[in-house]
Design a protein around this ligand. Sequence first.
Ligand code: NAD
Length: 256
Amino acid sequence: MIALVLVGAAGRMGRAVEEAALASPDFAVKGRVDRADRHPADRGGWSDTLADFAARGDVVVEFSSPEGCRACAELCAARGAALVSGTTGLDAAGEAAIAAAAARVPVLRSANFSLGVAALRRALDAALSALPRDWDIEIVERHHRRKLDSPSGTALLLGADAAASRGLGSGALRQGRSGRTGPRPAAEIGIHAVRGGSWVGDHAVLLAGEGEWLELRHVASDRGAFAHGALAAARFVAEARPGAYTLDDVLSAKGR
Ligand code: NAD
């Protein structure tokens, strides 16, 4: 049985992870961490401090905020708990805290825990290998109106994948366009963020040639898609040695 501590437990993803964990016989939810004003009145097992729960052998699953993610990384490293982290929009200090934690405990971080997005990344790599380099790459993502960061971590990941495949640096990413921008440079990857309604997560990669175009698209219609991937990651880190892991490591382990 894997003991889970959920950080951001009252949020959209925290609730989806708990629902998936309760339906799975190999997990027990040991504690839920969120801001005190978000605790439900009628349930025990809540705290606003991860220190109240995290211990060696536990897996902390956090979908919270950049500050929450950083605090989790520091506490997991100090307590010897493994970490699955899904928060997007981290700054350099957050990334450094994750890297420092991975030197002491297993840490698996992903901007997108859906298996469909993992397959989309592989399909994009295959498509770019098969197409001439003069096909233009544009990424369009849609998310619900309450999302705090733009563009999404997944759009940035897909942009970085495409740039690496073309031998371009991160300077090739162009976020939105306005004004008299002139003709589109060939070595550019456009990223466009649409916000509204209740879209859970929609990512389309458009590959545009002369007289034809191709669209690779993933749509998450339910947060359960991310929650099941996060639990697969939790099973993986529960058995792993200290280090920094990705969802690809989980998928490769499954295929063994
Ligand atoms: P949300 O706003 O619904 O929930 C976040 C929760 O975290 C809130 O309850 C908030 O009170 C809590 N929180 C914030 N800071 C905290 C802290 N320091 N300590 C404890 N609790 C804290 O947001 P959400 O839609 O659940 O998304 C959360 C994060 O996960 C975002 O960064 C989002 O982009 C990301 N996300 C990642 C994936 C993925 O697959 N990696 C999927 C969906 C969302």
